[in-house]
Design a protein around this ligand. Structure first.
Ligand code: SOE
Length: 399
């Protein structure tokens, strides 16, 4: 054993379900694979259900458990607060943490409304003056093939972006007997497929192209409006499920099941977006294709180690989409992992997110995506909702 003189970064995490588990894994493992300038310490896990929180804490090595989120923020040994709760508590928790001088990582979407997101961005701007950092967890930016796609666009390899085609397809609600959950309640989640998964493709396409969505025309639908209410099946990494029996009480689904919209990008590109939890057979397909004047890119998260690249500069005899296996040491994040061809998975994005945030904090610079980026996504989501209730009327995204 050698003494490690790196400073620690005490993490207090709020929430312990799907995202809490993904973030726990990242905070625990990032120091083992990357040479981080600050050593994350899994100081305290906050959760109202202490028994479930303790079960997760024990698995991942959190040192303490607190039932009161304010107590997590107040601890002197917490430097960073990681908000992994449903959207209805993001604003209150993140603002309180920033005002207490703690760095914040907040799960996506940033908030349940533009108003809340504006308050969060303002709190982040005030905190920045004293060196406190805030990041929103659009984790898929950290998938190596996505980071490579952004670099390829930035290098001008596909030229001017003309078309953006983006889909986020899941099918865990297709079963009418899949139970109610907070994700289906507007008061808790803000919106349904739109905010939960549509937010990712809004962020990813803006990230890859380096451009903003300026206006939208949208349709949204709730296919199944009542679902069985089932006792929560403990904590853990679950979506959907199936409730047997006819006399189970039903709850009202108050969010969208699917959102489909057209958009325009600031550089002139035309875009189509589709976010749905009813794409039978598609489990977590994030499909993005971008056509530029000189070439094109295509990605699907269900084959996440691959980026397809069409280079229009090649001779027409041999040109065609090339399948790039994004596992070389000079690909983003890859040098720290396995030899070429030894693939990465869903959890690596979260580890890379922790890495990027720790580096930004240590280097005294703002991480991205910032709360301002989260606010911009929120404005796109709001424009989609406004358009959908106005018969798909064209709706500019607020500046
Ligand atoms: C559920 O639809 C969900 O867990 C999203 O909330 C996540 O953001 C996405 O990564 C996977 O699907």
């Amino acid at each position: 054993m050698t003494d490690d003189d790196r400073a620690t970064l005490g993490v207090g995490m709020l929430g312990y379900a799907f995202m809490g588990v993904a973030h726990s894994h990242a905070w625990r493992n990032v120091r083992s694979f990357f040479d981080v300038p600050l050593l994350p310490r899994l100081t305290v896990l906050g959760g109202r259900d202490v028994q479930s929180a303790t079960a997760v804490a024990d698995k991942f090595g959190w040192e303490h458990v607190e039932s009161d989120w304010r107590a997590v923020i107040a601890r002197d040994d917490v430097d960073l607060v990681d908000v992994c709760t449903p959207g209805d508590s993001h604003a209150e928790m993140a603002i309180a943490a920033l005002e207490a001088g703690k760095h914040v990582l907040c799960e996506k979407p940033l908030a349940n409304s533009v108003g809340e997101a504006e308050q969060m961005a303002a709190a982040a701007a005030r905190a920045r003056e004293s060196g406190v950092r805030a990041m929103v967890g659009f984790t898929y930016r950290r998938v190596p093939a996505i980071a490579l796609a952004r670099a390829v666009v930035a290098e001008g390899r596909i030229g001017a972006v003309r078309h953006v085609r983006a889909q986020y397809l899941q099918d865990w609600l297709n079963d009418p007997a899949a139970p109610m959950s907070w994700r289906l309640e507007k008061a808790r989640a803000g919106s349904g497929a739109l905010g939960d998964i549509g937010a990712h493709i809004v962020d990813l396409t803006q990230f890859i192209t380096g451009e903003q969505i300026t206006g939208v025309s949208a349709m949204m639908e709730t296919f199944i409006r009542q679902r069985p209410i089932a006792a929560p099946a403990g904590s853990g990494v679950k979506l959907g499920g199936h409730v047997d029996g006819g006399d189970v009480p039903l709850g009202e689904v108050t969010v969208d099941d699917a959102a489909v919209f057209l958009g325009r990008f600031s550089g002139g590109a035309l875009a189509t977006f589709e976010a749905t939890r009813y794409a039978t057979g598609r489990k977590n397909a994030i499909r993005i294709e971008i056509n530029g004047s000189q070439g094109a890119l295509a990605f699907d998260f269900e084959d996440m180690n691959v980026l397809h690249f069409y280079d229009g500069a090649e001779s027409s005899q041999t040109a065609g989409f090339r399948r790039i296996l994004v596992t070389e040491p000079d690909h983003p994040y890859l040098a720290a992992w396995w030899p070429p061809g030894h693939l990465l998975g869903y959890e690596h994005g979260f580890t890379h997110q922790a890495l990027d945030l720790v580096n930004a904090i240590a280097e005294g610079r703002d991480p991205d995506p910032s709360f301002d980026d989260g606010l911009r996504v929120q404005r796109v989501l709001a424009a989609v909702e406004q358009s959908a209730v106005k018969d798909s009327a064209w709706t500019p995204v607020a500046e």
